[in-house]
Write a protein that binds this ligand. Sequence first.
Ligand code: HEM
Length: 414
Amino acid sequence: MAFQQDPYGFFDEYKPKDTSQPVQLNLGFRRFFFCYDPQHAQHILQEQKHKYDKSSLVLKKIKPLSGPQGLIQLTGDDAQRVRQTSTKLTNNAGMDRLVQKVEGFVQELFPLIDRSIEKNEAVDLVPHLTRIVLRTAGVFVLNHDLISESDKLNAAFVDLNRKAGESLRSIAECPFSPAKKRSLNTIHAELDQIAEEALKDDEPSLLKALTNRGEDKSFVRDQLKAFMFAGYDTTASSLIFATYLVAANQAVQSRIASEAVRIPEMNYEGLKSSVFVQSTYKEALRLYPSAYFLPRETNQDDVVGGVKIPKGSQVFLSVRHIQRHPEYFERPDEFVADRFINGLKHPFSFLPFGGGPRICIGMALAKLEATLVLQKLCERYEMQAANPEPPEIEALITAHTKSPLPVFFKRRYS
Ligand code: HEM
């Protein structure tokens, strides 16, 4: 019941003082194990990965969002094929093109921010950051700027994320009543229409790459849906948190700005070499991971931290707690922007994108867009968060920010 009411708080409540053993809970015939330790993450995601599949319980709940054939649901050769196709799109040329696109999207925000300065008003950045992320996902997945469809698609995806979150917390196996299918139909209709048009041009995209490989139309649509679902609310939420943390910290902003002016050329290499903004974004992901738990299921018996985990058990890694583990992070609850410049004490203590063979396929893209947005904003403006508290979280299938992010701006250089 605690999990149903508040899955985010649930992980807090059941966290043991000593994390060396997983916590076991039984619900009916189902066995659940909750892991809070980087050692367990390493064991499950890497050392004994062959004993763990993705959780069938969670996969079933998100099937309508990811599509039955979407990468999230796939295994074996099918998964490998889609992962390879997607990875090819993130070569240097592909990423340079995305840098230019994202830079353009951020610049479109400047007139609105400049007007807010004249009027001495705060800007709620949530809808603007969300739109930038959705438009970037549109370019990567479809080579289509979703500017006119972004609000409609955003509402549909958030609605589905919420339905999936509710369904994860309920016993019911089929939460998608006809009324709830409305959002799904909106997404299908939009994607189909855009895909038909987008295939006519020659620019690279996931859609184009998969179609050129001769993949079946319904298989391709499931990939588009899976990538949009997995990629955009997660990135938007993490960018909103990162912007809040930066907007509440003047010294961090000026350091991001001075790092930005030292980049000789604004391209992917330049962005990757901006170590401070990279570290700042990672720190935001450490404190507020969008994917706050990693769900797995044992396909054979295993032992973790001395505890026997029988075949068929659900094993949930609490990413948020692992990333605030006091043994591996000094002052674990504090925002320390340059924390990641010197690396990690434990390779599995930082898992915002998962780990092992099914690590997030969009990790480079998420980092590119979030760090670029932060850099562009700080280069031109000083920011002041209007609220002292971080945005509120709604624990859906991923952690979704539900409150506004009002920020006051000032031009950095006259
Ligand atoms: C901050 C942003 C992001 C976060 C926090 C995030 C997080 C994650 C995590 C934790 C996983 C692994 C889940 C598991 O092992 O159970 C994952 C997988 C995945 N992500 Fe991301 N992701 C982000 C951005 C993106 C983007 C931008 C895209 C697409 C362009 C994307 C597409 C995917 C896909 C398709 C998978 C499934 C991969 C597979 O199963 O092989 N993600 N993501």
